[in-house]
Structures are given as C-alpha cells and as structure tokens.
Ligand binder design. Structure first.
Ligand SMILES: NC(=O)C1=CN([C@@H]2O[C@H](COP(=O)(O)OP(=O)(O)OC[C@H]3O[C@@H](n4cnc5c(N)ncnc54)[C@H](OP(=O)(O)O)[C@@H]3O)[C@@H](O)[C@H]2O)C=CC1
Ligand SMILES: CC(=O)[C@@H](O)[C@H](O)COP(=O)(O)O
Ligand SMILES: [Mn+2]
Length: 388
C-alpha cells in the first residue's frame, strides 16, 4: 500500500494554545502533514524556533517591528521566506502549495485570512470562532460558492460534526452544546463583581489562551459557540440549546428527529479535535491519553444561569437579530476582555459593555463585507469610550 501524500498546512497563529497543540499533532504523525506556513503576532522567538524545526516555505510575523529580527534569525534557512504585517496573512492563506488552512489566531483578525483561504478554494480547519460570529452568513456562502470545506476545530463543534457523520441532512431536531460553566459557576452577581483577573484566568478543565479563557468565565464563549454552530451546521436559532456540564467530558450532543441522542466524549484535550479536522475523513491512530469512565463516575448537568451570566442571553439575542448584531457583540466583547485583562474594568462590566454597544451601534440587516469592517471599527470606538 502506498502512503498518502502529506497534507500541506498553513498554520495561522502557530505560537498560541491551538497553534502549539497543532504542531504536537503534526509531530505525532510524521509524514502525514507538511507545514508550509507558520504565523505569529508578537512571539518572534517561538516562531523562529518553530520555523527551524518545521522548515516552512514562509513565516509571517504580524508585528512589523520584529521583521528584521526574524529575517536575521532565519538567514541560514533560505527556503523560508519571511513576511510581516496583517495583509501577509491573507496572502499566505491562499498560496498554491497549501491544502489546509488552520485558523488558530484569536479574534476578528481571523476574518480576512479565512475569507482569502475560502476564495482560493482551500479547506479551512476553523478554530477561530470569531470569524463565523462576525460574518457567518457571508463566510459560509463563500465556502459554498468556492467548493471549500470548513471543518470545525472547536471541541463542541467537532463533537457535533462527529455525531453527524452518516446522518441524513434534515435528520437533526436540535443540538445541545455543553458548557463547563467556567471558574465562577454558581456565583452570584455580587460575588462576580469582586472576582480578579487571576481567578478568571483559571479555567477548571482547559488550558487555553487568555481571551477564550475569560470568555469561558463570562459564558461569552458559549454565546459565540451558539452563533458558530448556527452557521457551521445550518441550524435555526430554535435548534440550539446549551447545558452546563462541569466535567467537560461530553463535548456536545445531537438530538435527532426520532428522539435519539448522540454524544461525543473524551478527555478535555484539544489535540483530538485538531487531529480530526486535519485528518478528516480518516481517524488517525494516536497515543494521546484515553478517557476512562472509572476516573469520572459522576457526570452532571445544570441549566445555565443567564440572569447572572448575561453574555449568554445577549449572544442569543444578537443571533436572533442577525445582520451586523453578532459583529457588534464580538467587537464589544474583544474590547471589554482586553480592558478586563488590563484590569481597567471589572468582571461584571463585560456584559454591560456588550449590551451598551448593541444598543448604540447602528443596525444593518444585510451587511456586506465592507459593512462588517465598518461595524467592527465603529463598535471598537464606542466600546473604547465605555472602558475608559
Ligand atoms: N485554546 C483552545 O483550547 C481553544 C481555542 N479556540 C479558538 O481558537 C482561537 C485561538 O485561541 P488560542 O490558541 O487559545 O489563542 P492564543 O491567544 O493562545 O493564540 C493566539 C494566536 O494568534 C496570534 N495572534 C494574536 N493576535 C493576532 C492578530 N491580531 N493577528 C494575527 N495573529 C494574532 C498569536 O500570536 P502571538 O502569540 O505570537 O502574539 C497566537 O499565535 C480563538 O479564536 C479561540 O476562541 C477554540 C477552541 C479551543
Ligand atoms: C476547548 C474548547 O472548545 C473551549 O471552547 C471550551 O469549550 C471552553 O469551555 P467552556 O466555554 O465550556 O467553559
Ligand atoms: Mn469550545
């Protein structure tokens, strides 16, 4: 039997939590994947170290001030071209030598490179949920138009994707996204007003980047995932539910029209969903740690507390309004989370900034790409005033 040609990867955001775990998956499967592109924003030293190991055709350092340093550090590696700046991300995502673009960068910055990848017909392994939150309708329409697949990396969406394999289109009654509830599950609004950044950065089950960890603590992560699921799986708003499952073992469920439920289970480890998206439709054998029910004799479930964690109902509301409302939600949240991480605002200010921006920024029912860009910029201006 001949071995398959290695899949060529563009890994956008290689220095982050998803990016470094993606490289672990690549290391676990020698010969299956080839790294053609690596990109970082500020961590130039780690980017150089990764480039020396994986010898990609191109690296991008987002922070242009670090271009000369990266170029000098890779001078002895002429096969690797060094580029800098945000525009280079879209350029490398569309390179002819790339099969799969894994979007492991954080926030709105993922939108334009993902669009470039889809327009070039690339398969996108999507970790960057903000892309579908901001412009899900436009992005999924582009994928259809260019015959490009989007495979989810987000653990809940990977779970749903795995449950849907072999099922007829239209067989789904609803999906149930599981939420850990974060480090502050069960706390009152009064208690939440006093929590610290250090406490919010301690997720009970997952090791992740700072922005998504704060989003998990405020339940905005689940709100973003609700909107992400709508577009990935073509669901109506009524077909999406959230249940709190503090152990993060059941990664999500699908309920079918005959009442049957399918779930995907596993340890909280992103290497499996990353590998599934990169290897799809194959299930590649690996030696990652295995789950045992005996280690988790009790799996529990609760209703999310949307009165206290207001980001979740705000995200549902933005989804129902549609148009540019989810783009406003996302930009407001990005500004608020950055301000919280600078210890400029408190935890309970996070939903207030989002709610305020949703009421202040002009609503557009059918935004173009340019409208999304304008909405993002306008929302950031409004939000910046609110977090001062
Ligand atoms: N971490 C996880 O387990 C999960 C993450 N996700 C999603 O995946 C995405 C990545 O998350 P995570 O890995 O945790 O994030 P991290 O913050 O750990 O990593 C983000 C990566 O993006 C780069 N980056 C940051 N800002 C920009 C920018 N403006 N332009 C270009 N690149 C940028 C960073 O570069 P540098 O570090 O060099 O500055 C880094 O490589 C997010 O959308 C998140 O919601 C989804 C499910 C699980
Ligand atoms: C690993 C992953 O996919 C994260 O999005 C994770 O789900 C965060 O956990 P909660 O948002 O459920 O706390
Ligand atoms: Mn998730």
């Amino acid at each position: 039997m001949t071995s398959p040609q290695p899949r060529s990867l563009a890994l956008l955001g290689s220095t982050g939590s998803i990016g470094t775990q993606t490289l672990d998956v690549v290391r676990a499967h020698p010969g299956r994947f080839r790294v053609a592109v690596l990109t970082a924003q500020r961590q130039a030293d780690l980017l150089v170290q990764q480039a020396r190991e994986f010898r990609p055709a191109v690296v991008v350092i987002g922070d242009e001030a670090q271009y000369q340093g990266v170029k000098a550090a890779l001078a002895a590696q002429p096969e690797t071209t060094v580029l800098a700046g945000a525009a280079a991300l879209a350029e490398v995502a569309a390179r002819p030598d790339v099969d799969v673009v894994l979007t492991a960068l954080v926030g709105y910055a993922g939108l334009l490179p993902t669009i470039a990848a889809l327009q070039a017909g690339k398969t996108v392994a999507l970790a960057n949920k903000e892309t579908l939150v901001v412009a899900g309708q436009l992005v999924t329409a582009l994928a259809r138009q260019h015959g490009a697949a989007i495979y989810p990396v987000d653990s809940e969406h990977s779970a749903i994707f795995q449950c849907l394999v072999g099922e007829a289109p239209g067989a789904v009654e609803k999906i149930i996204l599981t939420a850990s509830g974060g480090p502050f599950r069960g706390r009152s609004a009064q208690e939440l007003a006093r929590v610290t950044k250090a406490q919010a950065l301690k997720h009970p089950n997952w090791e992740m980047g700072a922005k998504i960890t704060i989003d998990s603590a405020s339940l905005m992560n689940k709100g973003l995932e609700v909107i992400e699921a709508k577009w990935l799986f073509g669901l109506t708003d009524e077909q999406i539910e959230v249940v709190v499952h503090p152990q993060s073992i059941i990664h999500s469920l699908v309920q079918f029209k005959d009442g049957s439920l399918k779930a995907q289970l596993g340890l909280p480890d992103m290497k499996l969903p990353i590998q599934y998206a990169l290897g799809y439709p194959e299930r590649l054998p690996n030696r990652f740690p295995r789950f045992s029910f005996l280690d988790y004799p009790t799996l529990t479930f609760e209703r999310p507390d949307g009165d206290t964690f207001r980001n979740l109902p705000l995200a549902f509301e933005a989804m129902r309004r549609g148009g540019n409302a989810p783009c406003v939600l996302n930009a407001a949240n990005e500004v608020a989370v950055a301000a919280f991480l600078r210890e400029q605002i408190g935890f309970m200010d996070l939903p207030s900034v989002v709610e305020n921006c949703l009421s202040k920024v002009s609503y557009l029912a059918e935004p173009s790409l340019d409208d999304y860009v304008q909405t993002d910029a306008e929302t950031r201006r409004v939000a910046a005033e609110l977090v001062k």
